[in-house]
Design a protein around this ligand. Sequence first.
Ligand SMILES: Cc1cc2nc3c(=O)[nH]c(=O)nc-3n(C[C@H](O)[C@H](O)[C@H](O)COP(=O)(O)OP(=O)(O)OC[C@H]3O[C@@H](n4cnc5c(N)ncnc54)[C@H](O)[C@@H]3O)c2cc1C
Ligand SMILES: Cc1cc2nc3c(=O)[nH]c(=O)nc-3n(C[C@H](O)[C@H](O)[C@H](O)COP(=O)(O)O)c2cc1C
Length: 765
Amino acid sequence: MRIACIGAGPAGLYFAISLKLRDPRHEIHVFERNAEGVTFGWGVVFSDQTVENIMANDPVSGQVIVDEFAHWDDIDVHIHGQCIRSSGHGFIGIGRKRLLEILAGRARELGVEIHYETECSPELGNWREWDLVIAADGANSRFREAHANEFGVDIQERANRFIWLGTSKTFDAFTFAFEKTEAGWVWAHAYRFADDCSTFIVECSEDTWRGLGFDRMEQAEAIARCEHIFAQYLDGHRLLSNAAHLSGPASWLKFRRIICERWHYDKVILLGDAAHTAHFSIGSGTKLALEDAIKLAEVLNRPGLDRAEALAEYQAERNLEVLKLQNSARNSTEWFETVERYLHFEPWQFAYSLLTRSQRISHENLRLRDRGWLEDTEARFWERATGKAKAAPPMFAPFKLRDMNLANRIVVSPMATYSATDGLPNDFHLVHLGARAQGGAGLVFTEMTCVSPEGRISPGCTGMWNSEHVAAWRRITDFVHANSKAKICLQLGHSGGKGSTKVGWEGNDVPLDEGNWPVVAASDIPWTAANQQPRPLTRADMDEIKAQFVAATRMGIEAGFDMVELHAAHGYLLSGFITPLQNKRTDEYGGSLENRLRFPLEVFEAMREAWPSDRPMSIRISANDWAGESGVTPDEAVRIAQAFARAGADLIDVSAGQTWAEAQPVYGRLFQTPFSDKIRNEAHLATMAVGNITDPDQANAILAAGRADLIALARPHLVDPMWTLRAAAAADYRGQWVPPPYLNGMAQMARLFQREAEAAAALRA
Ligand SMILES: Cc1cc2nc3c(=O)[nH]c(=O)nc-3n(C[C@H](O)[C@H](O)[C@H](O)COP(=O)(O)OP(=O)(O)OC[C@H]3O[C@@H](n4cnc5c(N)ncnc54)[C@H](O)[C@@H]3O)c2cc1C
Ligand SMILES: Cc1cc2nc3c(=O)[nH]c(=O)nc-3n(C[C@H](O)[C@H](O)[C@H](O)COP(=O)(O)O)c2cc1C
């Protein structure tokens, strides 16, 4: 084939090499607008996996690259005058210019023709004599833009400003340096990539950038200013730019996240940054470009595959990799965009938060990298929780809310079991909640317990509206208190417009076949077309329902609960007031957030008055309606949390969604934790994270990174009441209380985990 590669960056050159290696008969020409040796940027970092891939693809260029790699293991985080160093991170880096030199040399050796100083135009008419045009023309690809519709291009410009500089100062660790200026925080990402050179990327928010006057400075002046800000790290070395094509404020970039729905059109195939980008803070753009090149060369040469099949496979496989990486990259990008949130952390926690920002590095992963550092971090976490340093997993650290002391941070999330009759909890609830309390969680929630028969979701829901309920609940709380160290929280709620439906396993939110009762809500909007049209509450209804909540709260005292939660999430009655998607009222209970919160806050305040002042109360909210600006947004959730905190909430139980049948939630592991993080660190409130948190490693990372104070697990507890005991056995943590009759089982499980860990360590060695 006769192939034109646009761009002599890593993608274009490496594709040419990879294709020639597979079939030297191809005629490949690489066109590059810049002169040879002229390139923008400094070093690039790789992972071990990328090295394996390039060694397997072309051992010749691979070996030259590997021989020149700069290696380093440590990460230094400089913040508030302290340096937190952790080790075992294993990076390898090389200068971009040198990498391109090696690749260009190798490409020529294989017979590829490279034409420098040749600007290519994307007009397809110019390329008639070519079989394929590989658009490896980088993030600002003219070829992609010329056919943006055909490629389905989606570009998101991110908020922060950055400038890619270099320096002759050689850093002995990957260095993150945060400095406070009169206009806000500015930070550097710096690492050595050659014996005499380091990359030095300076980043800050748009406001700080403007505040420091960078928007009006020539490049030299901006660099001088950066040298001054980071003088203590540079030891007199200069900062340097090689972005000759950029000047003045344009030297500062904003990262553009690029996704393409289709990676080929006509004879043009997108490759590398032209097809996708990954934020520089996870340093994977070059890796992706090289791996794209290998894959494309491989499929184009595979016998028996026609062009369409080859390109379909290329796109499907590479797109999946890209999406995974972009997910981590998004977390990392957002961390740097919202860094103000974490600046009040103590340096050890700030560093932990920074290291785990992309969610790719977990707590146990950090232990493998640097056990000493992780144990020191754990000890500090415990010291803050108890006053005494102890190197143990954060999830086992106690937590106090008012006068209630929780033995650890694990919570059995509220879960409807739909197993009651007339609201009366029975033996099922005793065993269900009792087993989970004995299973080691610090706090066990009841399911949504309804304040009236009409306020139930289904006929199987538990209730708290008469003395029989009180006695039945008392039996359960007595059991929990007598046979475990767990505390027990009563979740009170009213189903509103989502009431009068079948039990969960017969159909979620599906109306009863018979015996439906009329439902009420903020407005007369049915949950779905299949559900009843609710009657909007009158003021008299509100008074009655508020009184029911207060009565149930008082019964909760009699029934021996340690804590009460008001359920104002998931589209039930109170949530239906808060979300504008369900609340269309035109009176003082609809419209502005203040109005929409009026009734839920009134209920909460009345409950707080009735509930003993030494016992805590929480509020469960849906922190995101997953409906963009038309519903509750995470920003609004911060204000909602603050309003309930002012009304006396000690803990915000941060859930999301289920407020609108048409919502488009973005599921994934820990998918709601970002909202807990936001509320905790922007509003400075205690929070509980919930939602697809399944293993102790995740729980520990969330806690140590200060993203939540408590961790609630629902579905994992359904099938494993002993989740916390199992986690203690796996971590060989001896401080967890175990019901005495179960001690033998616990010891055996710990031994088995120990053996498994030893076998895994032997395998690694
Ligand atoms: C600040 C910063 C730091 C980064 N750090 C890292 C890192 O540590 N690790 C990492 O892996 N990645 C890093 N990257 C990303 C990395 O630079 C890119 O992902 C990588 O260069 C992509 O390679 P590419 O070949 O697709 O595109 P590019 O390297 O951009 O190459 C495209 C080439 O095409 C040429 N070209 C463009 N248009 C035309 C035209 N019309 N005609 C002729 N030639 C043309 C350009 O001159 C350029 O040489 C970083 C990026 C930035 C911005
Ligand atoms: C069977 C079941 C019943 C639930 N019932 C309730 C409930 O009564 N009250 C409530 O606030 N959330 C309820 N939830 C939501 C959970 O508390 C939790 O927020 C959600 O399942 C996400 O956590 P997970 O990923 O750990 O399951 C229920 C979830 C499940 C799976």
